[in-house]
Design a protein around this ligand. Structure first.
Ligand code: PLP
Length: 351
């Protein structure tokens, strides 16, 4: 990819910085399937402490992390309540059904955010005929909801309902770091409402590989067996864990820069006829917008931007996503905003 290209497709496109590469090179390693990799152990202890849980487990990806949790919490035939556009249901290749035999009862949120009132009548009664409601999965920040932060009080209310009914709570916190930087609320404050939490290091934090899940010690013992079953037991995994540790220690606070850069892009979108911010408020590092039919499709818009050196993602026929991350500097964010303003203004047909 030429240096001049600004890649806003995803926060997963970052490459490890020289300092992160040095930390990876210096990592002490061992066989993690034997539990002997000191860097993995250090990372797991740090994640557990940050999330206020007894233990944590390093895994290759956010998808594996979420799906290990679904499997560990359920029996085949169980039902999971989740938001209609959540990653765990839409973007993980049908894994709840394929790997755990779990059905997903989806509920449409307000840009990904569910309210207690939407869940109150969704818990099925104990009855031999009915599917067993077992798990509630929430996502914070919500990717397809435009990077929205889950209001803590909504999570607390849903969690209280779940506990009253003996349901298990799981958090897909792939971008929980963005939520905590946006609000100042500590990771453990979010996590205490959940039985399991999955976090990613390979998104905004800029590590090349890896996620972790956290929960009770007993839960992590079961999760470790499932990780093995899915082929996620890695040997000298400290090479990857070192990048994750470096990212946790050095790249969390700087997410605020990505959020500032997202505001720069959001302003350019708001200034451009034919584009509509959706959601209208940008809270973290994701900027979603809709393309007016007068401008063509999202594919047409992406092609115009690409010609000028700006890459974006296309979650829908009219929807564009721009994602800010570690490899986008402030001048690049400004340039991306200029490209959006000028390229697309020229493209709007005179009315
Ligand atoms: C909200 C959310 N959860 C989970 C994942 C899965 O992560 P991975 O790509 O590491 O499997 C992603 C990936 O973008 C995501 O956005």
């Amino acid at each position: 990819m030429p240096e001049s290209v600004i890649d806003l497709r995803s926060d997963t496109v970052t490459r490890p910085t020289p300092a992160m590469r040095a930390a990876i090179e210096a990592a002490e390693v061992g066989d993690d399937v034997f539990g002997e990799d000191p860097t993995v152990n250090q990372l797991q202890e740090k994640v557990a402490a940050l999330l206020g849980k007894e233990a944590a487990l390093f895994v290759p990806s956010g998808t594996m992390s979420n799906q290990i949790c679904v499997k560990a919490h359920t029996q085949p035939g169980d039902e999971m309540l989740c938001e209609a556009a959540c990653h765990i249901y839409v973007n993980e290749a049908g894994a709840p059904a394929a790997l755990s035999g779990v059905t997903c009862r989806t509920i449409e949120g307000d840009y990904g955010i569910l309210d207690l009132t939407q869940l109150e009548d969704k818990v099925r009664p104990a009855n031999d005929h009915q599917v067993r409601t077992r798990l509630v999965a929430l996502e914070n920040t919500h990717n397809r909801g435009g990077g929205r932060v889950y209001p803590l009080e909504k999570i607390a209310a849903i969690s209280a309902l779940a506990r009253r009914h003996g349901l298990i709570m799981h958090l897909d916190g792939a971008r929980l770091w963005n939520a905590l930087v946006a609000t100042g609320t500590l990771a453990a404050e979010w996590a205490r409402h959940f039985d399991s939490v999955s976090v990613c290091f390979s998104k905004g934090l800029g590590a090349p590989i890896g996620s972790a899940l956290a929960g009770s010690r007993e839960f992590i013992t079961r999760a470790k067996r499932i990780r093995k079953m899915l082929g996620g037991g890695m040997r000298q995994a400290g090479m990857a864990a070192a990048g994750a540790l470096f990212a946790l220690e050095n790249h969390v606070d700087r997410l605020a820069e990505d959020h500032r850069h997202a505001q720069i892009i959001a302003q350019a979108v708001a200034d451009t006829p034919g584009l509509l911010l959706d959601p209208p408020e940008v809270e973290t590092n994701l900027v979603f917008f809709e393309v007016d039919p007068g401008l063509g499709s999202s594919r047409d818009v992406a092609a115009i931007l690409k010609e000028r050196g700006l890459l974006v993602q296309l979650p829908g026929a009219r929807t564009v996503r721009a994602c800010l991350h570690l490899d986008v500097s402030a001048p690049q964010a400004e340039r991306a905003a200029e490209i959006i303003r000028h390229a697309l203004r020229q493209a709007v047909p005179a009315r």
